[in-house]
Ligand binder design. Structure first.
Ligand code: TXA
Ligand code: MG
Length: 341
């Protein structure tokens, strides 16, 4: 299959979105940009299209997909009952990087959520995603548009690296601004539970709900979310995380470790200001704007350093607050080793 790249530059955007919407309605797979990462979209009500999603990603069939919609009013098509909490969250955070798990409505085919009695719903804020959802006029099921286990794509070229030739098209809407997947929040119980940290933090949710929010614990036998039991987000190189209270001390420790491994092709991911400490390494800058910039560049860095054929990637860490929790969650899942400084 020839995968079309549909440009979203001014002038071409409307036509590209119309083509993509038509492909989705015909049961084809189209990757599209969202503010978090690129999604691999399929008509959520087309079982054959959903099957294809699992096949091209190599995704285990028990890991359910997130259903994307563009308007709050579509939630009633998918979830039943809709807890009051949903409307409070929607008021504050939607559209945006928050996915909400509720009871699945009986009118929705069970295979949308791998047979679970729940359904994960997301209203993305990216203008191209919103226009596509409107034009397709069907809910779009979309996992991240990567091959299972690889880092999620944050650009159309990342999508093509993994899925060229196996999907109908990718809408190229530039780089994703957040850079890691949405927060997944389960509101089926009395205490809302974060199944995956993301762009909307625990603190943000607690402040609007006036409730304590729990973090689901990692439990491989009985995972709160099927996605929690799989290894994720990993580049081919071995990732080593360096953690500590003092940013400079952390980066100095990385610099010492790199010096000891002369002759090897080592990758370093750190903030721009530390570049000069690593003349012998493949340096990838995660920006100079703290954790926001670093999160945007995290998966891009993994993919770029894999292309430069490094054997090990050393990465700087951030405090586990706000978006830092999402950054550290993804980094630890990718990492083989975690070193405390
Ligand atoms: O930002 C995102 O959420 C991106 C963009 C494309 O929207 N999508 C994404 O999808 O990250 P995916 O499939 O890569 O991750 C979906 C996660 C998985 O961990 C899955 O187990 C969980 O959401 N999930 C989906 N439906 C669920 C459900 N009914 N109950 C619990 N967890 C669910
Ligand atoms: Mg994924």
């Amino acid at each position: 299959m020839n995968t079309r790249t549909l440009s979203c530059s001014r002038g071409k955007r409307e036509q590209s979105i119309a083509i993509a919407a038509r492909l989705i309605r015909k049961g084809e797979l189209v990757a599209f940009p969202t503010e978090t990462v690129y999604g691999l979209g399929a008509n959520a009500f087309d079982p054959a299209a959903l099957k294809k999603v699992y096949r091209v990603k190599g995704r285990p069939s028990d890991n359910p997909l997130i259903v994307h919609i563009w308007s709050h009013s579509q939630v009633a098509l998918l979830a039943d009952p809709i807890p009051l909490m949903f409307w409070v969250l929607a008021d504050h955070f939607l559209p945006g990087p928050l996915t909400i798990v509720m009871r699945r409505s009986r009118s929705v085919p069970p295979n949308v959520s791998s047979g679970l009695s729940t359904i994960a719903i997301r209203i993305p804020s990216h203008p191209v995603a919103r226009r596509l959802l409107r034009a397709a006029n069907v809910p779009i099921a979309a996992p991240s548009a990567n091959i299972s286990g690889r880092p999620s794509p944050t650009s159309a070229s990342h999508v093509l690296e993994d899925l060229r030739g196996t999907i109908a098209a990718v809408l190229d809407g530039g780089s994703s601004s957040i850079g890691v997947e949405s927060t997944v929040l389960d509101i089926t119980g009395r205490t809302p539970r974060i199944l995956r940290p993301g762009g909307v933090s625990k603190e943000m949710i607690e402040s609007v709900l006036h409730l304590r929010v729990a973090n689901a614990r990692m439990n491989v036998k009985h995972p709160a979310s099927p996605g929690m039991k799989y290894r994720h987000y990993a580049p081919a190189a071995e990732v080593v995380v360096y953690e500590g209270e003092q940013r400079r001390a952390v980066v100095r420790a990385i610099s010492n470790a790199v010096k000891r491994r002369k002759g090897e092709r080592i990758g370093v991911m750190a903030e721009e200001e530390f570049r000069q400490l690593f003349p012998g390494a493949e340096f990838f800058s995660i920006g100079n704007r703290g954790v926001t910039g670093a999160t945007r560049e995290l998966y891009n860095g993994f993919r770029e350093l894999d292309r430069r054929k490094v054997t090990t990637i050393y990465c700087q860490s951030f405090p586990e607050r706000g978006l830092g929790r999402a950054f550290m969650n993804r980094l630890r899942k990718a990492a083989a080793r975690d070193i405390r400084v």
